[in-house]
Write a protein that binds this ligand. Structure first.
Ligand code: HEC
Length: 107
């Protein structure tokens, strides 16, 4: 049974390399549950979806996508302020990316 599970995992990894933790970090998808975390303080679901899309597309232009857990909720706002300039994010986009990261961190 255990071997079967390992085999299944291997197949999944071959099919979808991004699901293997060692190759890259997969930011969690935006679900209604995610939008609920933090009781809406991080923004609504549409904003979180936009934030995630911007994060995965714009934040890997210069380096690999940082894990949302790589920095604390206190550190992220300053980091996003710095990186927003580099990624040419508009103020609303910067807000959306930060909202997504903070919501995803609570997962
Ligand atoms: C134009 C290039 C560029 C883009 C686009 C960019 N970054 Fe960076 N990022 C850098 C560079 C260069 C560093 C190296 C550290 C430094 O110089 O601050 C860095 C470092 C980082 C770090 C590590 C900082 C630390 O102190 O450990 C994080 C986290 C980060 N970026 C997040 C992001 C996020 C989130 C985005 C998208 C909003 C983004 N970056 C977009 C260039 C970029």
């Amino acid at each position: 049974m255990r071997n079967l599970a390992i085999l299944a995992m291997a197949v999944v990894c071959l099919v979808d390399l991004s699901s293997c933790g060692t190759t890259s970090f997969a930011p969690p998808p935006v679900t209604p549950e995610l939008a609920q975390t933090g009781k809406g303080q991080h923004g609504d679901i549409a904003m979180l979806r936009e934030g995630r899309a911007l994060f995965v597309h714009r934040c890997i232009e210069c380096h690999t996508l940082p894990a949302v857990s790589s920095h604390s909720a206190q550190q992220w706002p300053r980091l996003i302020d710095e990186m927003a300039g580099r990624a040419s994010l508009k103020p609303a986009e910067r807000k959306a990316v930060l909202a997504y990261i903070l919501a995803a961190r609570t997962q």
